[in-house]
Design a protein. Structure first.
Lengths: 356, 257
């Protein structure tokens, strides 16, 4: 019969220890090792293939040979006796001693950062981009279209600045849609998070294919509804697979006009989701954006950036996510925190808030 | 057996960027009979005076800890009773401080919102009591790490938490472990230094989340043992290397044999 990771004997076929709730120690299951497991054992003694970075059994880091690797099963530590039963998932990890002599030698150990798909927590971000015909008009620079400027800004954001936002780089999933005429098109980016989902792991996005111009109208209602639906579906899928949502999903909408359709149904959905703390929504207006309508759509979180380079919209996205990290409050308090922060940053100064 | 201890706070990069103060507070004090009490508090990011609230919460723990420790029986039941008595007392006193303490005369109670976590270290007993999110890592003489109290999950999102208030529930965990030689109590500022992954069986069924504390915690204890000052450790934690994972304030309290 196998033992759990804490050494308790378990019945065959049980997934969790009846004594402490821990998972079975694969090293004690007959036949657990497979041909080809000739690499170093993990700190819990599980066999792994040569070159494996993480143990396929328990997930701990597998030390490379010469870096504290062990080739014989390590003794399972059984010293902790929690009077209250420990969480089923708690386990011990044997590590190469850091031998830190003083504070200057303290390290963050980059090799411990898990790939985003292996992390148990996620942050969801959606960006909705108006790709109506008016985006072909002159942008901040009279010699370039808004869409051309936006494509440059998006490329810079997705390949550079986004990777400096911990909430995205560590465990973020991002989905970007361009909307025009009667369509909401999710952009194909690197690092697809899941089949059928428009979300992509932010860490893996290093290229961007420009959005093509259209002659379409501005179906803002469809875009908002599609964004809310994508978030809800991804949240449901992640939860069902045991993943934890780190923070409230955030949705940004960028437009240079006004909605071509009735927004009432989409707004009802949006307000309901905001009040239920399911999503935060920011609207950013450039070009000829209808400020009056946008203030109705996002009363506490509309920013008119008409006199700003379009790249500031993407800088706003980065900055807002930084502010929102760790915050959990009413939507109005969260929006107020972002507005307050924007008055204190170099990128947005007072002009940033003009018209808002 | 002597127990050494220190505490520190480090301002987060996002707070520096926004011109906010450090909203975490921490302390470590002797309780008597060789026991040490570790304390950390994390002021709510959206509360304008939460830095004051966090400091007041830690002060109150330090003021009242010895009173409840007197005559304490060193047992699981005794420690559990101590943790609940202390945090209940502090929660009431914190509420009374709002509007009466000279630093807390203005604003609303929510403006001072803070979490609070404590840990009694009386080897081999370790007693954790907390309101809101914090976590506790233990370390043995071979520098193997044990996540004694994982980051909490109060609601739909990880960053949802509860704050110090007489109505708040107290999370309590008592550990008896003769092999532990060091513990680190931390606010969520170092949460990204706990590796957290979902494990899935080959048949697709999922196991509970697996947690692995970072070697950084062993490094912190090692540096502390070697005489590093809290200010030096705080400076390290304020650096880019640590801040780029989350950018939040860090409040840490450490004890070691």
């Amino acid at each position: 019969m196998p033992n759990c990771l804490n050494g308790h004997q378990m019945a065959d076929g049980k997934k969790f220890c009846g004594t402490c709730g821990a998972v079975p120690d694969r090293a004690t299951i007959s036949g657990a090792a497979t041909p080809g497991d000739t690499g170093p054992n993990c700190s819990n003694g599980h066999p792994n293939r040569v070159g494996a970075k993480f143990c396929r059994t328990c997930g701990v880091t597998v030390a490379a040979v010469g870096q504290g690797a062990t080739t014989s099963p390590a003794t399972t530590y059984q010293g902790t006796q929690a009077i209250a039963a420990p969480p089923a998932s708690t386990r011990e990890v044997e590590i190469a001693s850091p031998k830190v002599a003083n504070a200057s030698e303290l390290r963050a150990y980059e090799d411990e950062i898990l790939p985003p798909e292996d992390q148990a927590t996620r942050n969801l971000v959606v960006i909705l981009i108006d790709n109506s015909g008016s985006m072909a008009e002159a942008g901040f620079s009279p010699t370039r279209t808004r869409l051309a400027e936006l494509n440059d800004a998006l490329r810079s954001f997705l390949t550079q600045s986004m990777h400096e936002v911990p909430q995205l780089e560590m465990n973020g999933e991002i989905a970007i849609a361009a909307f025009a005429f009667r369509q909401v098109d999710w952009l194909a980016l690197d690092g697809k998070a899941a089949a059928g989902s428009p979300f992509h792991f932010a860490r893996y996005i290093h290229s961007f294919k420009s959005i093509e111009p259209t002659n379409g109208t501005t179906p803002m209602n469809l875009a908002v509804q599609a964004g809310l639906q994508a978030i809800e579906e991804r949240k449901r899928s992640l939860s069902a697979s045991g993943y934890v949502h780190e923070s409230r999903p955030v949705m940004f909408l960028l437009t240079d006009g006004e909605s071509s359709n009735d927004m009432s149904e989409a707004l009802a959905m949006l307000r309901k989701a905001e009040e239920a703390k399911k999503v935060l929504f920011f609207a950013l207006g450039v070009g000829n954006a209808n400020d009056e309508e946008m203030r109705k759509i996002a009363p506490d979180s509309y920013y008119s950036l008409k006199d700003q380079p379009i790249e500031n919209c993407l800088r706003f996205v980065s900055g807002s996510l930084g502010v929102l990290s760790g915050l959990d409050d009413t939507p109005s308090a969260m929006y107020a925190a972002v507005r307050s922060a924007n008055t204190n940053t170099n990128i947005s100064a007072e002009a940033f808030l003009k018209g808002s | 057996m002597s127990t050494h201890h220190l505490s520190l706070t480090a301002i987060g990069a996002s707070h520096v960027q926004r011109g906010l103060p450090c909203q975490d507070a921490s302390a470590s004090i002797p309780l008597g009979q060789g026991a040490i009490l570790l304390v950390v508090a994390d002021g709510a990011g959206s509360a304008p005076r939460s830095d004051i609230g966090a400091r007041r919460a830690v002060e109150l723990v330090c003021e009242r800890a010895a009173h409840w420790w007197t005559g304490m029986e060193l047992s699981a039941d005794g420690l559990r009773a101590y943790v609940h008595a202390l945090l209940g007392d502090v929660a009431n006193a914190f509420r009374q401080s709002i509007g009466t303490d000279r630093r807390m005369l203005d604003g609303y109670p929510g403006d001072y919102a803070t979490t609070l976590a404590t840990t009694v270290v009386a080897w081999p007993w370790i007693a954790y009591g907390g309101i809101g999110d914090a976590f506790l890592v233990g370390c043995d003489p071979d520098e193997r790490l044990h996540l004694l109290v994982p980051p909490s999950q109060e609601g739909e999102f990880r960053n949802q938490t509860q704050f110090l208030d007489p109505g708040a529930s107290v999370a309590c965990r008592i550990v008896f472990d003769e092999m532990l030689s060091g513990v680190v109590l931390s606010t969520d500022g170092l949460e990204k230094f706990i590796e957290e992954r979902v494990m899935t069986e080959q048949d697709g069924s999922r196991q509970p989340v697996m947690w692995s504390p970072s070697r950084t915690f062993a490094g912190l204890l090692s540096a502390a043992r070697n005489g590093s000052h809290p200010e030096e450790l705080a400076a390290a934690f304020s650096g880019d290397e640590f801040q780029k994972r989350k950018g939040d304030d860090i409040g840490v309290s450490v004890a070691w044999k």
